[in-house]
Design a protein around this ligand. Structure first.
Ligand code: UDP
Ligand code: MG
Length: 315
């Protein structure tokens, strides 16, 4: 019997944990005609309300429920990663506890997994219960991220995805800190596909993503996946350099034609040239910085998905 692991991060979710359990368990029990065993791993991300107490009660009555409790609030990404590190299923899915991601969609994801896909992204069509600000900024941000990373981080997806065991293992083995899972789940490659769904409103309670947390996550998404911001200095340097040279040439031509220019006029191209040189020197440092950053992240240079006719010990 194949096993599905469900990883559920929870932060101050006393209003939703029981509703989640009651809604999710019957769905998982009957999914694919009951052909799957499952475990639900709740990761209590340092909740200060009754979440821990409620989770302990669920675990006491149902051995398929497992609970990991953080010493403080480390954030949703850390909670999901911790769940992945402890899961034992043949595949794993992340689900928010507030039932915004419909549990029934997991069955559609399993169908794709059975077809041979390793990563099944949940793609949001409608996003009920989200503010206009969140919708607009999320759309702009993911478009930007998609553009600067070049690894195809898909728009309108979040952490709601199904991952094959081998993808979970690859991600958990990555040594970098502050993992941006949404990016890594695309970066790993393998066979990827989508399942579309309408995102519900929260079943109860308020969002736990403050603006500060959203900005931190967005910033991490950019810094973890792209060195593009480090190349801006070089581009600025070149543009300023070309501008100042064009200005100098124009001024020299004007002087040759007998048009006198005040001394102050020469200050603009001179300043632009100095700034351009500073930008270019900075770009050289950035080049080394991005190299060091890649080394520090220490991601594998490739991931082998399959080997044919090789001895076991050949890497
Ligand atoms: N969450 C978490 N740690 C945090 C913030 C959120 O574990 O620091 C959990 C939260 O309990 C929920 C999921 O992450 O299960 C998504 O959070 P939320 O619903 O607040 O985010 P939104 O859907 O509003 O983006
Ligand atoms: Mg939510």
């Amino acid at each position: 019997m194949k096993k599905l692991s469900v990883v559920v991060p929870c932060y101050n979710e006393e209003a939703t944990v029981e509703a989640f359990y009651n809604a999710a368990v019957p769905v998982f029990e009957t999914m694919r005609e009951g052909r799957y065993a499952f475990e639900i791993i709740f990761v209590n991300d340092g909740s200060r309300d009754r979440t821990g107490e409620l989770l302990a009660a669920l675990a006491a009555k149902d051995k398929r429920v497992k609970v990991l409790t953080f010493s403080r609030n480390f954030g949703q990404q850390a909670a999901i990663l911790c769940g992945f590190r402890h899961c034992t299923g043949d595949c794993a899915v992340e689900l928010d506890v507030d039932l915004q991601d419909p549990v029934e969609v997991v069955e559609k994801m399993l169908v794709k997994w059975e077809e041979g896909y390793d990563v099944v992204h949940g793609r949001r069509l409608a996003r009920k219960g989200e503010s206009v600000f969140k919708k607009v900024t999320a759309k702009a941000y993911y478009k930007f991220l998609h553009g600067i990373t070049g690894i195809g981080i898909p728009c309108n997806t979040g952490d709601f995805k199904l991952l094959d065991r081998r993808v979970v293992d690859v991600i958990c083995a990555l040594p970098e800190h502050g993992k941006y899972l949404r990016g890594l789940e695309s970066w790993v490659g393998f066979k990827q596909t989508f399942v579309d769904f309408d995102r519900n409103e929260r079943v109860a309670g308020e969002t736990k993503y403050t603006l500060k947390k959203m900005i931190r996550l967005a910033q991490n998404g950019i810094v973890s996946n792209s060195s593009w911001p480090l190349t801006l200095s070089f581009k600025c340097g070149i543009i300023l350099g070309v501008l100042s040279l064009a200005c100098f040439i124009t001024f020299i031509v004007l002087v040759c034609c007998g048009i006198a220019l005040p001394f102050a006029a020469w200050l603009f191209p001179a300043l632009a040239l100095c700034t351009s040189m500073l930008c270019i020197f900075n770009a050289v440092s950035n080049l080394y910085l991005s190299k060091v950053y890649e080394e520090v992240k220490n991601r594998p240079e490739y991931i082998v998905a399959e080997k044919i006719n090789f001895e076991e010990d050949v890497k």
